[in-house]
Design a protein around this ligand. Sequence first.
Ligand SMILES: Nc1ncnc2c1ncn2[C@@H]1O[C@H](COP(=O)(O)OP(=O)(O)OP(=O)(O)O)[C@@H](O)[C@H]1O
Ligand SMILES: Cc1ncc(COP(=O)(O)O)c(N)n1
Length: 283
Amino acid sequence: MSTAAQHATSPPVALAIAGTDSGGGAGMTADVRAFAACGVHGSVAVTAVTVQDSLGVSDVHPVPPAVVAAQIRTVARDMGVDAAKTGMLASAEIIAAVAEVCDEVGIGSGGIPFVVDPVAASMSGSPLLAGDALDAIRSLLLPRATLVTPNLDEIALLVDVKVVDDASAREAAAALHDLGAAAVLVKGGHLEATTGREQAECVDLLSLAGGEEHEFRSVRLDRPHTHGGGDSLASSITAGLARGMSLVDAVALGKEFITRAVDHSYPLGAGHGPVSTLWAAAL
Ligand SMILES: Nc1ncnc2c1ncn2[C@@H]1O[C@H](COP(=O)(O)OP(=O)(O)OP(=O)(O)O)[C@@H](O)[C@H]1O
Ligand SMILES: Cc1ncc(COP(=O)(O)O)c(N)n1
């Protein structure tokens, strides 16, 4: 089939550079579900295999960095990538390989939207990133990122800011811009846990270069099963970007998507169940 004929009938392509979750709640499984629900074809570069269930992560097997890079290169060359996102990256060596191949194929600095979700640990507290890899995220990924989507714990690790209110959320965003991120989404999901103050809403702050800001608000749903929430948000934003939306519109789509996914989350296993995209299934 000619390239033109393919493009006449094919959806945009989004690429998840992420780890596996054997329990199916988070990581690349959540990414591909979100991509499909948001109307794009999902491709994957697997960075690590985790042995994981609803209670936590019992083992991690990183993929060799050259193999991670080869997955990205082969997908980009054959299918083309309309937007990409990172999740679990496991090690500084994998991050270096990802940065290099992203430059080679045009992801990030080359103009293909690049969403960096700086995953450091699972919600159960298991580390998903080597301790010495934070510097690689700061120096190699943030300068290439169209958007970085940290939660409050990742912000503390990356820029040593404790977010407790609007002012500290802005301070965190400014520190991440200083490290080179073009846009920052400070996710407010953990605000209740970190401050101990009850919150009626979940507010995510989008900060764009040049000082433009947008707040994305939803009601805080009383749901314990939010495994995969951060991945699903970043992937749905990436899907919006792959579809050609502006960053503000893509984040609005992501916020709508994740709010419904949290609303439809379900218990599974003895620990934390996943947010759900099944509400979007038509059959
Ligand atoms: N209880 C909730 N009700 C509604 N939205 C929520 C709730 N908890 C989190 N969210 C939203 O889900 C998204 C993910 O936020 P969060 O800050 O929890 O990120 P995360 O820690 O990366 O996610 P997770 O660890 O759950 O994968 C944000 O848009 C946040 O506002
Ligand atoms: C492979 C992989 N990637 C990402 C997460 C983070 O998701 P969560 O914070 O919901 O545990 C995870 N648990 N596993």
